[in-house]
Design a protein around this ligand. Structure first.
Ligand SMILES: *Cc1c(COP(=O)(O)O)cnc(C)c1O
Length: 378
């Protein structure tokens, strides 16, 4: 069994996928082909924002927004302590200071109340300029944007939605990657909408930010053509072949895959809900299930469960084993164990089960029965 079965997905999409990739090979329009603009238009429409600017990967997408906002040394940018490293890395990369915020245990996402407290503390200390918040849609579920947006507004901060895992989620009728002042996603193969390599995108309604991003992703190009450079930029483009792959995958995502992962999650919930802490999706929220993550009682229980499942040929993963504030890369920020108890406790106890749109009912029964058997043994 695969943790995320990309091979099965390819087998299902093979005719369209092969044709799409071959077309790029035949036309040799490897960079900047028509598929890129076509994809950007479709993604912007799907998400419900004015602009989609694709780029090389989800980390570049975050960094490009930091650059567009002029985030720099002396600025404080607030980010959850429980996330993938890139969400916080891009802040430090600009020379600014990441300020970590604990998460809610029930959703794995940034706690809006603790965000408010953290911003107030930085304002009172007066050492750093609070500038922006990066909220993360962890495991496919949008963060609590109604509350986070209100906190940002109250303190006059910009809000960036890191939707690398969140594409396809919703709050009411508002889709993920439409929240805040800008949003980003990643097309890394294992994300809800993945390509066949690296890829990413920024979403925004702001015309000026969009124009800036289109310029910096190609060496700070100006309006007079390719060799007119008006600012220092970099090189971060989505290849035509990845755009072609994504056009096929987006169609499947909308037609069947998003529904299929939600069905799989529901089946897991039904099978496991009485035995173990299954993920909770609040009323009005809809997840794209980048991960299906259980919370166990202890790290030793988790260890036993993982080794039992491994014996049965069932892969599991720990997202994430270490919170941001305890990463060596951030040692100089001076955080300590105990600073973010919810994040720390989650790192000890979470485990993610196989999850993807091509799991069939028998796979889910097999995994669920194995989980139950492992827990019964303890
Ligand atoms: C994957 C991921 C990223 C980075 O995306 P890449 O395309 O791998 O650079 C950023 N933030 C989160 C939350 C992610 O899961």
């Amino acid at each position: 069994m695969e943790f995320r079965d990309l091979k099965r997905q390819y087998q299902v999409l093979k005719p369209q996928m092969d044709a799409a990739m071959l077309e790029v090979a035949q036309n040799c329009n490897f960079i900047g082909g028509a598929q890129v603009a076509q994809l950007e238009k479709k993604l912007a429409e799907y998400v419900g924002v004015k602009h989609c600017i694709t780029c090389g990967n989800g980390t570049d997408a975050l960094s490009m927004v930091m650059m567009a906002w002029g985030i720099q040394k002396g600025d404080a940018v607030f980010v959850p302590a429980f996330t993938f490293f890139a969400s916080a890395e891009v802040i430090a990369f600009e020379g600014a200071t990441p300020v970590f915020v604990d998460v809610e245990e029930s959703t794995f996402n940034m706690d809006a109340e603790k965000l408010d407290e953290a911003i107030t503390r930085v304002e009172q200390e007066g050492k750093l300029r609070p500038r922006a918040v990066i909220a993360v849609d962890l495991f496919g579920q949008p963060a609590d944007y109604p509350r986070i947006e209100a906190v940002c507004k109250q303190h006059g901060l910009l809000l960036l939605e890191d939707g690398a895992q969140g594409f396809g989620g919703r709050i009411g009728e508002r889709r993920a990657c439409s929240f805040g002042d800008a949003a980003t996603t990643s097309f890394f193969p294992a994300k809800p909408l993945g390509c066949y390599g690296d890829g990413g995108a920024v979403f925004t309604n702001d015309d000026e930010t969009a124009e800036y991003l289109r310029s910096i992703r190609v060496h700070g190009k100006g309006s007079a053509g390719k060799y007119d450079n008006v600012r220092i930029g970099w090189n971060s483009r989505l290849d035509t072949i990845q755009a072609a792959v994504l056009l096929v995958k987006l169609e499947a995502f909308c037609r069947t895959e998003l529904e299929a992962v939600n069905r799989a999650a529901k089946l897991y919930d039904e099978q496991l809900g009485d035995e173990v802490r299954t993920p909770k999706v609040p009323d009005g929220f809809y997840s794209s299930w980048a991960q299906y993550t259980l919370i166990l009682d202890s790290s030793s229980q988790r260890e036993q469960l993982q080794s039992y499942l491994k014996e049965q040929g069932i892969p599991t993963m720990i997202y994430y084993p270490k919170p941001m504030h305890l990463q060596s890369a951030f040692a100089e920020l001076g955080y300590q164990k105990g600073d973010f108890p919810v994040s720390e406790s989650l790192c000890e106890r979470v485990v993610s089960l196989p999850m993807h749109p091509y799991l069939d009912d028998s796979d889910i029964h097999f995994v669920s029965n194995a989980v139950k058997a492992a827990l019964d043994q303890q």
